[in-house]
Design a protein around this ligand. Sequence first.
Ligand code: PLP
Length: 380
Amino acid sequence: MGDKGRVETLLAQAGHYLDRETGSVVPAIQPSTTFARDETGDLYDENRIYARDHSFNAEMAEAILCELEGGASCKLFASGMAAATALVQTLRPGERIVAPKIMYWSLRAWLITYCADWNVELAFYDPSNEEDMCSVVKAATTHMLWIETPANPTWEVVDISKAAELAHSVGAQLVADSTVSTPLLTKPIEYGADYVFHSATKYINGHSDVVAGAVITAKEDMRWERLCKVRAQQGGILGTFESWLLLRGMRTMHLRVERACENAMRIAQHFQNYPGVSEVIYPGLTSHPNHETAVKQMTGGFGGMLSIRFNGGREETAKIMGRMKYFVRATSLGGVESLVEHRALVEGEGSLVPDDLLRFSIGIENVEDLIKDIEQALDC
Ligand code: PLP
C-alpha cells in the first residue's frame, strides 16, 4: 500500500487530489499552451515551457497510471495508435521487431508498411505457440518483442514472464499491449516487461468519449528518452480536456472493470454449451487453451472481452448480430456499454478472424439483459 492508499483509494481519490488554495476535490482544467518567464527570463515553473510536451492535466493522469503499473514513468498520447507507433519509432533502421500474428488489426497493418518503408525488420510469431515465438525471436538479432495479452479477438494469453525471459536472453526489450488486461488485472512490469502500452480509449477511460494512449516504462532508459523526444517533437500529447476527462473516467475504473469481468464470466459460462454456439473464447473458461497462464497473471478477473463462434457461416453470424437489441453494433471496447462486432467483416480482405465469430465487449449493464439479448438473437 503506497501513501495514496490501495488501488481503489488511489483511483477514487485521483491520487488523493486536493487543491489547497480552493479546497476543490476535482482538478481544474489548465488549458494554457505557453508558460511565462519572470523579469530575469527564468520560467515560473522550470518543468513547464510549452504545451506540446507539458500538460498539467496529462501529468496528473500519467502519475496515477505509472503508480498502478509499478513503472518509473508514464507518457500519455493522443491515441493508442499514436503511443504504439511512437514506441516502434524508437527502433533504428536495421533493427528488428517481432510481433504477434494476432494483434490489434490497425497496428499490424501499420507495422507492415512502416517497417518496410523505414528498413525496420519485422517478423510475426504465432501467439498460441511458445516455441514459434522463441524460434522467430532467435532467428535473427531482435531488438523489440511485442506481445498483446489477451490478444484481439481470439484472446490468446501470452505468458509475460516467459516472453520477458526470452526477450532479455537475446538482448531485446519486451513491450506488452495490456489494453484488454487493464492496469488492474495484470501488471506486466511485475512479470519482466520493459514497456506497457494501453489504448487508454478503452477501459482506462471507460466511457467511449476519449481517444487516448499510454506508455509506461519499467525504467527511464535510452529508449524511453527517445520515446519522450518522439512525443515532444511530433506533438502527440493528449489534449488538456481529454486528459481531464480521462482522469475522471479513471476514478471508477476498478468498479467498471470488476463488473465487466463478472458479466463476461457469466455470459461465457452461460453460452459455452448453448445450442447454435460452437465455441466461446474467454480466458476465464477452463476450456481456454491458455487458462492456466490467465489464472497466473490475470488477478481479480479475466477481463470483459470474449468472442463467440456460431454454427453457420458469415451470413448467419451477421444475421445473429443484426438481431441484437441491447448490444450496440460498433467497434472499440472497454466502455460501460456492451458492444458487438463481426471482426472479419470489419477487418476485410486478409483478416485472419473466422467468419463465424462475433467479438463482444461486455459492459456494466444488468447481465440478465445481456444474456437474454444473445439468446433471443440466437433463438429466432
Ligand atoms: N491496441 C488494442 C488492443 C486496441 O484494441 C486498440 C484499439 O482498438 C489499439 C491498440 C489502438 O488504440 P486507439 O484506438 O486508442 O488508437
